[in-house]
Design a protein around this ligand. Structure first.
Ligand SMILES: Nc1nc2c(c(=O)[nH]1)N[C@H]1C(S)=C(S)[C@@H](COP(=O)(O)O)O[C@H]1N2
Ligand SMILES: [Mo]
Length: 420
């Protein structure tokens, strides 16, 4: 098992990140399980591109000390050889992908009762442009170019204080489609805390799949299960135990493969204890941010934010300005890349007074964000009641009510900030 012992190095690391990134703040993690900082302001979600300094950070172990000159990515299983960072840059096409990274624990802090671990609200989501080599080009050099129901396992070089290895598996179908081995973020060298010198980017999939500090890539017939790696330690904790969605007291069974990697389909019943793979449909209002009173300009206020849906595209975003009693459709605008969020905006004819603003998104398959998180024992029945199933790990939550924002609108002759 991974240990839960508090570590002073955790706090030094968080301090160093806060020093270098002005747009994030620390997040509550009483068990001291993770190094975690999240977007400091709701305004981060009023923009399509997240600056590095506002991009959340989340990882379990200390950041490894890296010498990029000597770092190698070993290619194992059905692959062979090893690549240096220079090889990745020089021998493969240089591409960029947009990726909305969301920690699978984003929204955990909205579960009642609390589930423990990191108490994220909505601040663990961000969109960056990642530059690197296509996984498909790398795998081709070992003759792997067909998914054949295989799996790619990426292993992080972060030192563990327990016995566990940070290994995560994704299906080859996704790996060969749009994943990259990234060495730059938003056009800059990859920062240490984001995976320097090389990380896997899995567009539209929960953060945990995007392994940082990659030191081994392995192709096998199955996802990682206990005993499948050529190294000591616990191999499958991060794939088969942690980051599984299940009710209280359940020990998830280990699988070699699953029928669908769509997280929502798994939740609907396709897989016993769903894996956190592609991100569930979700939205966040970035502005107004509720931090100061507003005065409408020409009678209206622009409500702006972002909405995403993992491998699926966002079909629709609705806005409520009366706490969910009535809804109006927002306009989607701006860049449209698969695996990255869309901007939305809505011109609100605002009346003076207090209002609760909510946004709710629907994906291209008609799946809409539920209103709230359910009671602990509802499990899959929750979905029939427009609620998201409370689960022991607090994963994949996408309810819209807890993410809403309360705003105070002033008469235009009162003093207040001009917005609009
Ligand atoms: N090697 C390694 N990779 C990791 C992790 C980790 O602990 N070790 N944490 C994962 C989790 S849980 C998340 S949410 C993302 C966060 O990526 P970021 O810090 O760049 O935002 O990294 C993922 N990759
Ligand atoms: Mo995460």
């Amino acid at each position: 098992m991974a240990t839960e012992r508090p570590r002073p190095s955790r706090h030094d690391e968080i301090e160093a990140i806060l020093q270098s990134k002005g747009g994030v703040s620390e997040t509550r993690d009483e068990a001291d399980k993770y190094t975690v900082v999240g977007a400091a302001r709701r305004r981060t979600f009023a923009n399509w591109l997240t600056p590095i300094e506002e991009h959340f950070v989340c990882h379990r172990n200390d950041i490894p000390d890296v010498d990029a000159e000597t770092w190698t990515v070993s290619l194992t299983g059905d692959l062979s050889g090893a690549l240096s960072v220079a090889d990745l840059r020089d021998e493969f096409p240089r591409v960029a992908v947009a990726h909305t990274m969301e920690c699978a624990g984003n929204g955990r802090g909205q579960h009642r009762p609390e589930t423990g671990s990191v108490q994220w609200g909505f601040e663990a989501a961000a969109t960056a442009i990642w530059t690197g080599a296509p996984v498909s080009s790398v795998l081709r050099t070992s003759g792997v170019s067909d998914p054949n129901d295989g799996w790619l396992t990426a292993i992080g070089g972060d030192p563990s204080d327990g016995e566990d290895v940070f290994a995560r598996s994704i299906p080859l179908s996704k790996a060969l489609d749009d994943c990259i081995l990234a060495y730059e973020m938003n056009g800059k060298p990859l920062p240490r805390e984001h995976g320097y010198p090389v990380r896997l980017i899995v567009p539209g999939w929960y953060g945990v799949n995007n392994v940082k500090w990659v030191e081994e890539l392995r192709v096998m017939d199955s996802m990682v299960v206990e005993g499948t790696l050529d190294r000591p330690g616990e191999h499958a904790f991060w794939q088969q135990v942690a980051y599984r969605i299940h009710p209280r007291g359940v020990e998830p069974n280990s699988n070699e493969s699953v029928e669908t990697v769509d997280t929502w389909e798994q939740l609907e019943g396709a897989v016993d204890s769903p894996y956190t793979f592609d991100e569930n449909v979700k939205s966040v209002i970035g502005t107004p941010d509720g931090e100061s009173p507003l005065t409408p300009r020409d009678g209206s206020i622009e409500v702006r934010g972002v909405a995403w849906a993992g491998d699926d595209s966002v079909e629709r975003v609705e806005i409520s300005t009366d706490g969910g009693q009535s809804w109006a459709e927002a306009d989607l605008f701006g860049p449209e890349y698969s695996g990255a969020w869309r901007l939305f905006r809505y011109d609100w004819r605002a009346e003076p007074g207090q209002h609760v603003l909510l946004s709710r998104a629907t994906d291209e398959r008609g799946r809409r964000q539920p209103a709230t998180i359910s009671e602990p024992d509802d499990w899959r029945d929750a979905l029939d009641d427009d609620t998201f199933p409370w689960n022991e790990g607090g994963y994949a939550a996408n309810a819209y009510e807890p993410t809403g924002v309360e705003v105070n609108v002033l008469d235009s002759d009162e003093d207040g900030r001009i917005e609009g």
